[in-house]
Write a protein that binds this ligand. Structure first.
Ligand code: PNS
Length: 175
């Protein structure tokens, strides 16, 4: 039985299909995937930690082997408390690499038992980020297929119904 715990940390503000794709790629590889929401952010988030936990738990309810937790302080300390050694991070493009490389090496320096594994999300999501999701939603753009429906509904309640996505642009023929 595979007892390896993978910790997938992030802000998840909000979770999108790129995140869920990475989680689904991890599930067959690890005994348990712990999705870890950072709770001590300095920047002003769109959703509270409790809201983000709720969304993730709702979306992962039908995915056995997944657990959603929040953490504050150092990731490596949280991992020690869980008895986990493997961090999973999504790598979308080369532009992600430098930041991820620094974090992986700093985490290893802080705790040499910790290894970082990079997973490439499906190429359909390689440009997707929570920051862009919020921006496109605010401006009324179409997020169909990029963000789960419960998250779209919460975005509507948080950012206003006026920002509800309209699918018209995606339906237009490509020029
Ligand atoms: O989705 P994000 O915002 O890119 O995730 C960043 C995250 C949460 C993985 C990173 O900020 C983190 O691990 N923070 C916890 C504090 C910590 O351990 N800092 C040292 C990292 S080298």
């Amino acid at each position: 039985m595979n007892r390896t715990i993978a910790v997938y940390p992030g802000s998840f503000d909000p979770v999108h299909h790129g995140h869920l794709d990475v989680i689904d790629r991890c599930r067959p590889l690890f005994g348990e995937v712990v999705v870890a929401v950072l709770a001590n952010e300095e920047k002003q988030p769109c959703f509270s930690v409790d809201e983000r936990l709720e969304m993730l738990r709702e979306l992962l309810a039908d995915r056995p082997g997944c657990r959603v937790e929040s953490f504050s302080g150092l990731l490596v300390d949280f991992m020690d408390r869980l008895g986990a050694r493997c961090v999973v991070r999504g790598l979308r493009a080369v532009s992600d690499f430098e930041y991820e490389f620094q974090m992986a090496l700093m985490n290893r320096r802080l705790n040499p038992r910790v290894e970082t594994v990079f997973m490439m999300p499906h190429e359909d999501y390689s440009y997707l980020s929570s920051r862009l999701v919020k921006e496109v939603f605010r401006l009324g753009g179409d997020l169909t297929g990029l963000v789960p429906q419960p998250v779209l509904e919460r975005l509507g309640r948080r950012l206003g119904a006026g920002a509800a996505p309209a699918p018209r642009r995606a339906a237009e023929p490509a020029r």
